[in-house]
Write a protein that binds this ligand. Structure first.
Ligand code: AMP
Ligand code: GLY
Length: 423
């Protein structure tokens, strides 16, 4: 079959790498792709958030299946346009994508489903929002309702920080995403990412991971899109996993179906676990980046069969075949990220790297310029490896990272510290 992936980051490179291992894939196109993806698949350039443009391309190129990587095209309704055109698609409808696009919507669904999550309130005016914060006290969490590229969440340790966050969000600092503010109870515990596939009805757990959001070692410094991840997440014991499914995920999927907006695709639940009890932090309607890189390394070719089954409503007949393995991905970022950074530096040392089912250097923000791979973003490369133990996966991933010759880049050297320290 002819397959089209929308997106151009490390997540999409990992999806492309896994899909290409499946003999069902005859031809793979990725839009827009990046320098690493271009080495394994065709890349195409069009506006991936324009449903009409995506359908036009898919029809012209006889595409049989579309996998949507990032949230922006999902929130823009690209899956709906493809479905209307009769093209099978992996990714939720615009209505179902509100589970990521609106924090207020997610809170309302959780309340209706009885899913445990932080106590919350919503406001569209600053004065009552501030009264609420003063009444609750700090720490407290202030969020822009809409999509804010991962920057719309302020975990305020002081009341003053929370009050300032309200002004920033409602004052237009996040554009339309900040028309409303959601204020939440601060939850303590250990975080984990839980990925499940859904076909509207059936839920199939696909894997767990833990990422490192802070830029600095020891989980310090500003938040990023994620500096590394590993799978599985030790905190997701069978008991915690079953509690998350029974109390959070399945009730959410049932509530979405009841509302007439069934959920199809991958649902990424960010969980906070304390004393063995999971609570929902947030949903995302796509794979995490870089968690996806670790997941794909573990799933390999079966990822395509699973995504097809989710798209076609056949998940009940499928299972995920897990090996007793572990995977880790280490993000190489441009110095300065997540603040300001320069683009265009040349990355050396990529040619001789091993590319096996145990180790892959996935590209995130790279572009080819004059035959050379250059950095075109903040998060640039993902050194990803698998092992029989997490320690073995870490050794391979860091060997890849160290082989790269890129003075303008940096990476955290402690990915997996929590799991490895406990081991
Ligand atoms: P997000 O950008 O939506 O992924 O959220 C960023 C991070 O904020 C989450 O991964 C959590 O670490 C933290 N966070 C969000 N909501 C809460 C909450 N209610 N309590 C504690 N931490 C939170
Ligand atoms: N790694 C976090 C995310 O993809 O949202």
């Amino acid at each position: 079959m002819n397959i089209l992936i929308l997106g151009g980051g490390g997540r999409e490179h990992a999806l492309a790498w896994a899909i290409l291992q499946n003999p069902k894939c005859d031809r793979l196109v990725v839009a827009p792709g990046n320098a690493g993806i271009a080495q394994i698949a065709e890349c195409a350039q069009f506006d991936i958030c324009d449903g009409g443009a995506v359908v036009e391309f898919a029809e012209a190129e006889s595409i049989d299946f579309v996998v949507i990587g990032p949230e922006a095209p999902l929130a823009a309704g690209v899956a709906d346009r493809l479905a209307e055109a009769g093209i099978p698609v992996f990714g939720p409808s615009q209505a179902a994508a509100r589970l990521e696009a609106s924090k207020r919507f997610t809170k309302e669904v959780c309340d209706a489903a009885g899913a445990p999550t932080a106590a919350w309130a919503r406001f569209d005016a600053a004065a009552p929002a501030k009264d609420y914060i003063r009444a609750q006290g700090a720490p407290i969490v202030v969020k822009a309702d809409g999509l804010a590229a991962g920057k719309g969440v302020i975990v305020a340790m002081t009341e003053a920080e929370a009050l300032a966050a309200v002004d920033e969000i409602l004052g237009g600092g996040f554009g339309a995403a900040g028309a409303e503010v959601v204020i939440e109870e601060f939850m303590e515990g250990e975080e984990a990412s839980f990925f499940v596939l859904c076909d509207g009805e059936t839920v199939l757990p696909m894997g767990t991971a833990q990422d490192h959001k802070r830029v600095g070692e020891g989980d310090t410094g500003p938040n990023t899109g994620g500096m590394g991840a590993y799978s599985p997440a030790p905190v997701m014991t069978p008991e915690v996993t079953e509690a998350a499914l029974a109390q959070i995920i399945r009730p959410t999927i049932a509530e979405m179906a009841r509302r007439g907006t069934p959920y199809r695709g991958v649902l990424y639940a960010g969980l906070m676990i304390r004393d063995g009890a999971p609570r929902l932090v947030e949903y995302n309607v796509r794979f995490g980046d870089p968690e996806c890189q670790a997941l794909m390394m573990r799933l390999g070719a079966q990822a395509l069969d699973l995504m097809l089954a989710a798209a076609e409503g056949r998940l009940a007949e499928r299972q995920v075949n897990w090996a007793e393995d572990h995977a880790m991905t280490v993000v190489l970022a441009t110095k300065g990220y997540p603040g300001e950074y320069a683009k265009g530096s040349v990355i050396g040392g990529l040619e001789g790297l091993p590319e096996t089912s145990w180790e892959m250097m996935f590209h995130a923000g790279t572009a080819e310029v004059d035959g050379k791979v250059t950095a075109s973003g903040g998060r640039v490369l993902n050194a990803t490896a698998r092992g029989r133990s997490l320690a073995e996966a870490r050794e391979r991933a860091y060997a890849l990272a160290e082989a790269v010759d890129w003075p303008e880049g940096f990476y955290r050297r402690d990915i997996g510290w929590r799991a490895l320290g406990a081991a």
